[in-house]
Design a protein around this ligand. Structure first.
Ligand code: PDD
Length: 279
């Protein structure tokens, strides 16, 4: 039985329900976070809280809780889970109102937190990805629950036997449908700059920090579609998938078509960081 948190109460998932007039349901009017739990510890709590704060501010909402309150909700949920590796899904919507675009009528947010099992990954052999035009909006830096474009992009990728779509806007890479992107060329690592077309991924930022701390040459810069297609290695990153090598793009091999040495090195460093952090 999964226990969840909904508007001040802990209850079984099967009995948790919300009003059909919730603005999350009628407008997709809300934001979310996905926070990894390793060894029953919350990974990068402060970073996720800061991004939540930024997302809320961008949609003109106040954070309903302090960091201390959020932490105690997560910790209470972590006590209920069996597997020590999970993720926490947190969603805040603008709450229940009549179906009116006006946001000023919304007074009580809906707050939902749920632990989720981590997808059993066997990504160390690499995944296939496709490239696709970035069909999303101009506020991709907000972690908004309005995910129809990403859902459609993942569907298109899956239809072609791939697990992710790497998105191209005006000839340049932005990110994946639900991940950030890194490429390697001649021993150097590159990732797109953070702007309004890229979610500031917590895993992305951590990987950049790991590269810097270990003197691995790297650059946050614009990356063209051509550079992506000619890369020696391509990785995607997210809280739940971590660092995943992309070994095929549009059914063609990336570099040798095998997982790369740089990926292995950085993934080892990441795993080491994680195990120390979550001791
Ligand atoms: N998605 N970019 C997009 C569009 C994402 O949806 C995600 C994560 C990321 C990676 O961010 P982070 O490293 O902070 O997880 C980048 C989550 C996992 C999801 O929607 O389930």
């Amino acid at each position: 039985m999964t226990t969840v948190y909904l508007n001040g109460e802990f209850k079984p998932l099967s009995t948790a329900s919300i009003n059909v007039l919730d603005r999350g349901f009628t407008f997709g009017d809300g934001v979310y976070e996905v926070i990894p739990i390793f060894n029953r510890k919350i990974f990068c709590f402060d970073e996720h809280m800061q991004r939540l704060e930024n997302s809320l501010e961008a949609i003109f909402m106040d954070n309903p809780y302090s960091s201390i309150q959020w932490r105690s909700i997560f910790e209470e949920l972590i006590e209920t889970i069996e597997e020590s590796e999970q993720s926490i899904y947190l969603q805040i919507t603008r709450g229940v109102t009549e179906r009116d675009h006006d946001i000023t009528i919304a007074k009580n947010p809906t707050i939902f937190v749920m632990p989720r099992p981590v997808e059993k990954k066997n990504f160390s052999v690499g995944i296939n990805a496709i490239t696709h035009e970035d069909i999303r909006w101009q506020y991709c830096d907000i972690k908004a629950i309005t995910l129809l474009p990403s859902v459609l992009l993942r569907y298109k990728a899956n239809q072609q036997g791939a697990k992710e779509a790497i998105l191209i806007r005006d000839g340049y890479i932005t990110e994946g449908a639900a991940s950030n992107v890194f490429i390697c060329k001649n021993g150097e690592v590159f990732t797109p700059l953070k702007d309004k077309h890229v979610l500031p991924g917590i895993t992305r930022d951590l990987v950049v920090e790991i590269l810097a701390n270990n003197n691995i040459t790297h650059l946050e810069t614009v990356i063209s579609e051509k550079e992506l297609l000619n890369a020696d290695e391509v990785w995607i990153t997210s809280s739940t998938w971590e660092i995943v090598p992309v070994t095929q793009l549009n059914n063609l091999p990336v570099g040798t078509g095998e997982t790369g040495a740089l990926w292995k090195k950085v993934d080892d460093l990441y795993q080491e960081f994680k195990s120390v952090y979550c001791l």
